[in-house]
Design a protein around this ligand. Structure first.
Ligand code: T4K
Length: 380
C-alpha cells in the first residue's frame, strides 16, 4: 500500500487556538479567585460578545443547543407550539426545540445560500406556528429581510441559530443583532471557541432578562425563582478560552480567507465541483469557518462517498455537513407532524452533494493546494 500524502490526519473542525500563555494566565486567575462558573470572566466575555454582535445584551450559555432552548422559551414559545426550521442544518437546531416540547416543522431552502427560503416559510405558516428559527448555515447570512417581513406580518418571533455566524455580517451589520434573538456557538470546532459554549444575543431587554434567569434555574436578580429554567451557565474556564479566542479573531478570519481563496483557486476549473460559500451579496460577509465542496457527481465523474474515501486514504478527513436532511433522520422521519405538507426537494438535493473539507488555523494554504491536487487527480 502506498504512503498517504499527509503524514498525520488533517481534520475538519480542528480548533482555532489563541495565545497559550494568555490562557494559562487567565486560568491561574480563575483558581486564585475561586470563582469557577458564571463569574467575572463570564461577564467580561458577555460584554465582548455583545460588542462584536453589536447588540445591547449577551447572555453566555454552556453551549448553543441549550442557548437555543433558553432563547425559544425567553421569546415566549411553549410546549406544543410549532416552529419553522430549515431541513438543511445540523441536527442540534431541530433537537434543541424538539427536546423542550416544541414541534419543529421542516422547511425547504434556497439551494444557493443553503438557508431558509422565505417563500417556503410563508407557505408553511399556519394557526399553530408560533415562531421561525433561521440558521445562517456555514456562516452565510439568511435572507433576513424576507424572514423578518414574514415574522412581523404574523406577529411571531424570529430567532436565529447563529451557531456558525459570529464574525459574519448582513448588509454591513454584524450577525447577532437580527430577529428577537440570535444564538452563537463556541464549540471546539467553531470559528471562535470556548471549549464548549454559546451566547444568546439580543437588543430586547425583556428577552435578555428572561434568558439570564432561565440560564440559572429561573432565578432572577432578586434571588426569587420567577420562571422555569435550566442550568445553562458558562464556566469561567470556558469564558477564559472564549476571551483568548476573541483576542485572535482577526488572525482566524485572515487564515480562513487565505484557505478559502486557495480552495477556490485550486478547484477553479474542476468540472462538477463548486466551493461553498458561493459568492455573497456584495454587502454581506462570511467568517468562512466552513469550506464545503458541492459535488455534481455526474459531471465530476465521482460520487461524494468515493471522493471522501479517496481523501481519507491520503489522510484528509471530510464531513458530509449536513447530510441527510434533518427531516430524514431517525427521530423525525416517521413523525408526520414535523413534515411540511410540501416536499423538501432542494434540502434533499443539497444534502446529497456537500462535503466539508479541512480549514482553520491548523491548515495552511499549502495543505489546501495539496488537497485540491488530490481532488483534481480523483475527478479528472
Ligand atoms: N446549530 C448548528 C447549525 C450547529 O452546527 C451546531 C453545532 C449547533 C446548533 C449546536 O451548537 P453546540 O451546542 O455544539 O454549541 C460538530 C459539533 O459537535 C457541533 O458543535 C457542530 N454544530 C457540528 C457542525 O459539528 P461532529 O459530531 O461532527 O463533531 P466532532 O466532535 O466529531 O468533531 C469534528 C471534527 O473536529 C473531528 O474530525 C475532530 C475535530 N476535533 C473535534 C473536537 C471536539 C478536534 O480536532 N478537536 C476537538 O476538540 O459535530
Amino acid at each position: 500500500m502506498s504512503q498517504p500524502f499527509f503524514d498525520a490526519l488533517l481534520h475538519v473542525g480542528r480548533p482555532n487556538l489563541g495565545d497559550h500563555d494568555l490562557f494559562i494566565k487567565k486560568i491561574e486567575g480563575v483558581l486564585e479567585n475561586r470563582w469557577l462558573t458564571a463569574g467575572p470572566l463570564g461577564a467580561e466575555f458577555e460584554q465582548r460578545i455583545a460588542e462584536v454582535a453589536g447588540t445591547r445584551f449577551a447572555v453566555a450559555t454552556c453551549n448553543a443547543t441549550v442557548g437555543l432552548q433558553i432563547a425559544a422559551r425567553a421569546c415566549g414559545l411553549r410546549p406544543g407550539d410549532e416552529i419553522i426550521v430549515p431541513a438543511f442544518t445540523w441536527v442540534a437546531t431541530a433537537h434543541a426545540v424538539d427536546w423542550i416540547g416544541l414541534v419543529p416543522v421542516f422547511c425547504d431552502i434556497d439551494e444557493e445560500t443553503g438557508n431558509l427560503d422565505p417563500a417556503q416559510v410563508a407557505r408553511l405558516i399556519g394557526p399553530r406556528t408560533k415562531g421561525i428559527l433561521g440558521v445562517h448555515v456555514f456562516g452565510v447570512p439568511c435572507d433576513i429581510e424576507g424572514l423578518t417581513r414574514i415574522a412581523d406580518e404574523h406577529g411571531i418571533p424570529l430567532i436565529f441559530d447563529a451557531a456558525h455566524g459570529i464574525g459574519s455580517s448582513y448588509r454591513g451589520k454584524p450577525i447577532g443583532g437580527f430577529g428577537s434573538a440570535e444564538v452563537f456557538s463556541f464549540h471546539a470546532t467553531k470559528f471562535l471557541n470556548s471549549f464548549e459554549g454559546g451566547a444568546i444575543v439580543t437588543d430586547d431587554e425583556e428577552v435578555a432578562e428572561r434568558a439570564r434567569a432561565m440560564r440559572n434555574f429561573g432565578i432572577g436578580p432578586d434571588r426569587e425563582v420567577g420562571s422555569g429554567g435550566t442550568n445553562g451557565k458558562l464556566t469561567e474556564a470556558a469564558a477564559a478560552m472564549g476571551l483568548v479566542s476573541l483576542a485572535s479573531v482577526d488572525h482566524f478570519l485572515a487564515v480562513n480567507q487565505a484557505n478559502f481563496d486557495a480552495y477556490v483557486e485550486g478547484l477553479a476549473d474542476v468540472p462538477g465541483i463548486r466551493v461553498r460559500p458561493l459568492p455573497l451579496h456584495p454587502e454581506d460577509r462570511c467568517n468562512l469557518q466552513y469550506v464545503v465542496i458541492d459535488i455534481d457527481g455526474e459531471v465530476a465523474g465521482i460520487d461524494r462517498e468515493t471522493l471522501a474515501a479517496t481523501l481519507l486514504a491520503e489522510n484528509v478527513s471530510s464531513r458530509p455537513y449536513f447530510s441527510p436532511g434533518c427531516h430524514q433522520l431517525t427521530p423525525y422521519r416517521e413523525r408526520p407532524e414535523v413534515h411540511a405538507p410540501h416536499p423538501l426537494p432542494r434540502a434533499e438535493a443539497l444534502a446529497q452533494r456537500v462535503l466539508a473539507l479541512p480549514t482553520g488555523t491548523a491548515v495552511t494554504p499549502s495543505d489546501v493546494a495539496s488537497i485540491c491536487t488530490i481532488i483534481r487527480r480523483t475527478t479528472t
